[in-house]
Structure formats: C-alpha cells, structure tokens
Design a protein around this ligand. Structure first.
Ligand code: SF4
Ligand code: F3S
Ligand code: FES
Length: 239
C-alpha cells in the first residue's frame, strides 16, 4: 500500500512559521507502525526531520504525537488502525500545549515541572522492618493504586486536555495520576503534601471531566477516574 504523510515541520533557525511537509511512501505494510513511516521519511527522504523516540515498543514514552488529530504513541500505532485500502493518509503533528522546539519535538520541561511538583517518590522516614523484609502491604491496599503505577510520562494525556491548553499552569492529568499513585499507597507518609499541591488553584478542580486524557493514554490508565478519586479525598478528607 501507499502512504501519504503530512508532517508538521518547523526549524526555528530558518523558518518564520511552521508548515506541512508532504511525503509519499510506497510498499507500506499495514503492520508498519507510524514510527516506521517517520523513520522511512527521515532515512530515505529528508534526514533533517526531527523527532524523539527511543524504545519503539511503547515503554519509554518519548514518541507521543498528534496523529490524524488524536494523541497516540507513534510506535504503538499501526497503519492498519488508521485505515485500509491501497492508500492511507497519515498526518503527524507535535502534541499541543507545549512549545515546539523543532518539527515534532516539544519542550517537555513545563510538563516535567508539573510532574515533579507532586513529589512523585516514596516518602516514609520510619525505619524499615528490622527483619530485612520489605514494608508489607495487603493485596487490597496495593490494588488501590495499581492502575496509576503504569504511567510512562509520555504527556499524551496532559497535552490533549482543553483545561491545560487554556492555562498551562494547570498541573494536568499526568501529574495527578502520579500524585494518585502515592496518595493511595498505604506505605507512604506524605499524602497531605501532595493533596496540598493537587488541591490548589491549579490542581484537580481545573479538570472538567473532559475524558480526552483517558482516551489518549497509551497505557489505558483510567485517568479521569483517578482524578475523581483524588477530588473525592479532597472533598471528604478521607483516603
Ligand atoms: Fe502518558 Fe498515560 Fe502517563 Fe498520561 S497517564 S503521561 S497518557 S502514560
Ligand atoms: Fe482534562 Fe482529562 Fe479532566 S482531559 S478536563 S484532565 S478528564
Ligand atoms: Fe518508546 Fe514509542 S519509542 S514509547
């Protein structure tokens, strides 16, 4: 099959504004990923195309792009998911809400700053058990935050959120997912610190239950549900 790609291009060293680059690839396999197509453009047609990617297997979270209008990981999106027939049209743009540095590469620093603001690490100054065992936890307690451990920080959620587009001070769904992961961990001793961040002016109340984030997450995390659970803790005072 043939693929016709439109790729958003922008080189700040020579372009006044972004533009669409158009590329045609032949002998495309329906099981090729969009990342395979971007690699072919870069390696066979225009070596200046700039994009982030690393693992190519949906693990590192570095290749979230807006593909045919929806946020997806290029490496996890197969051509046959976008259509069939002898010719397929594929449009690839940078994710929205973050400054474009070059072509498909955005500045992830503001996103990572929001992530860091929720203290996404285990806090417990109590001495560990003397018998050398881990801090034990029941299966039920572990299940409370199992879903939110799966985040790979791809930013597909936050950059699909209209509340974040409207105001990038909003901490965003990815940061709330990572706050949830520790707030609901019975071994952690600092939920109130994280709740102070996500309960603030630019925290969870900016979420309008739009669900774009949940639809975009390549790890299928129930993000809107996690946000609702954090809102409920703030409302009731009970974890
Ligand atoms: Fe990506 Fe999902 Fe994590 Fe958001 S919650 S950063 S979409 S893996
Ligand atoms: Fe945004 Fe997700 Fe809420 S898209 S409005 S954070 S449900
Ligand atoms: Fe690592 Fe796609 S390249 S998630």
């Amino acid at each position: 099959m043939q693929a016709q790609l439109r790729i958003r291009r922008y080189n700040p060293e020579k372009d006044q504004a972004g533009y669409w680059g158009e590329y045609t690839l032949n002998d495309v396999n329906p099981n090729d990923s969009v990342l395979d197509l971007l690699h072919r453009v870069k390696w066979e047609i225009d070596g200046t195309l700039a994009l982030r990617r690393s693992c190519a297997h949906g693990v590192c979270g570095s290749d979230a792009f807006r593909i045919n209008g929806a946020n997806m990981l290029a490496c996890k999106t197969l051509v046959n998911r976008l259509g069939d027939g002898d010719m397929i049209k594929v449009q690839v743009e940078p994710i929205l809400g973050l400054k474009v540095l070059k072509d498909l590469i955005v500045d992830m620093e503001p996103f990572m700053d929001h992530y860091k603001s929720v203290m996404p690490y285990f806090i417990n100054d109590d001495p560990p058990p003397e018998n050398g065992r881990e801090r034990l936890q029941s299966i039920e307690d572990r299940a409370r935050f199992d879903d939110t451990t799966k985040c790979i920080l791809c930013a597909a959620c936050t950059s699909s959120c209209p509340s974040f587009w409207a105001n990038d001070k909003y901490v965003g769904p990815a940061a709330i997912v990572n706050a949830h992961r520790f707030i609901f961990d019975s071994r952690d001793k600092a939920p109130e610190k994280r709740l102070a961040v996500v309960g603030d002016t630019f925290g969870v109340w900016r979420c309008r239950t739009n669900f774009n984030c949940t639809n975009a997450c390549p790890r299928e995390i129930e993000i809107t549900k996690a946000i609702a659970e954090v809102k409920n803790v703030l409302y009731t005072g009970e974890i």
